[in-house]
Design a protein around this ligand. Structure first.
Ligand code: G1P
Length: 318
């Protein structure tokens, strides 16, 4: 039998390839949440009833990215287990006919093809991203940081992918923050474009001094990166905190005129900070149809009791 010869389609040039892969750095020690994070990765801390990192993978999947690479470190086995099948648990739930929980247990492994590699040495976010080079290859890719949760109703990542399609190069997510907070972030100097929510990034500084930051635009933990970032990261020396900073590599690309920013003013939660973590849990619990109404009613009573100076056990009972 003769097989008709179909010529192989020429590979698209790197700049024209679609974004399919997401990289999720998850190697941090989580010292801000000790002792909770002594034996549990911070990414596995529950936000209502899902670990924080599941929201991030769901966000990537919702934007059409079906390949997720986790950059982990030691003591991160729980992350691998979470995105794997749990055969015995699934069998037990199936035997009970508990399809709701069975789905909840199966969902994480169905979200995307999930891969894991270890960073080996804690040399910084830029180094973590560089660890993805072999897996990502010559394609543009997204990076999602687990400490930033973007509300599931937002479409920030899809918008960033559109902006990458239009402008090529790399795209960062920016949010205006109060001036006294900008020193906690990567900070972008920007120029307007013709589009309201898109700016050209002319410079980036990791955690600028509070006295003279270039702007109040903070880089929040979503990036769509051109593979050119890998060569830049290879030669990026340790920066702030003695770590290889992704912001420093992007600064070099920004000077070359190839970085844009999507200005986001939607709902974003910082789960890396204790107070913000608590706010996130409360907010997302209130939004849940199965929990929200009852929880919100309790919360109102609790706040009213606290405001009227009632302390102790009052207002605490469910
Ligand atoms: C990292 C980045 C920083 C960015 C921030 C967003 O910092 O280095 O540029 O603004 O995430 O959350 P980290 O919070 O890990 O210190």
């Amino acid at each position: 039998m003769t097989v008709p010869h179909t010529p192989a389609a020429p590979a698209a040039p790197a700049h024209a390839r679609p974004v399919r892969k997401a990289v999720v750095p998850a190697a941090g020690l989580g010292t801000r949440f000790l002792p909770a994070t002594k034996a549990t990765p911070k990414e596995m801390l529950p936000v209502v009833d899902k670990p924080a990192i599941q929201y991030v993978v769901e966000e990537a999947a919702a934007a059409g990215l079906d390949d997720v690479l986790m950059i982990t470190g030691r003591h991160k086995r729980a992350i691998e287990d979470h995105f794997d099948h749990a055969f015995e648990l699934e069998q037990a739930l199936a035997a009970k006919g508990d399809t709701l929980r069975l789905d909840a247990v199966r969902d994480p492994a169905r979200l995307a093809a999930i891969h894991h590699i270890r960073q080996g040495e804690p040399l910084g976010l830029g180094h973590a991203v560089l660890c993805a080079r072999r897996h990502v290859g010559a394609e543009p890719f997204a990076v999602l940081l687990g400490d930033d949760l973007v509300d599931p109703r937002e479409t920030l990542l899809s918008r960033m992918l559109d902006v990458r399609d239009e402008h090529r190069g790399s795209v960062v997510a920016l949010m205006e923050v109060p001036r006294e907070q900008i020193h906690l972030y990567g900070c972008a100097a920007v120029e307007r474009t013709g589009q309201d929510d898109v700016v050209r990034v002319t410079g980036l500084v990791e955690k600028p001094s509070p006295q003279n930051p270039p702007s109040t635009y903070a880089v929040i933990g979503r990036y769509v990166l051109d593979p050119a970032v890998f060569d830049t990261l290879e030669r990026t020396p340790p920066g702030r905190g003695g770590e290889i900073q992704l912001t420093d590599a992007l600064q070099e690309l920004a000077v070359g005129g190839t970085v844009h920013g999507v200005v986001f003013d939607g709902l974003r939660y910082d789960t890396g900070d204790k107070a913000d973590y608590l706010r996130t849990v409360v907010r997302l619990a209130c939004d849940r149809p199965d929990l929200g109404p009852e929880f919100l009613a309790w919360l109102r009573e609790f706040v009213a009791a606290a405001e009227s100076g009632e302390t102790g056990r009052q207002g605490l009972a469910a």
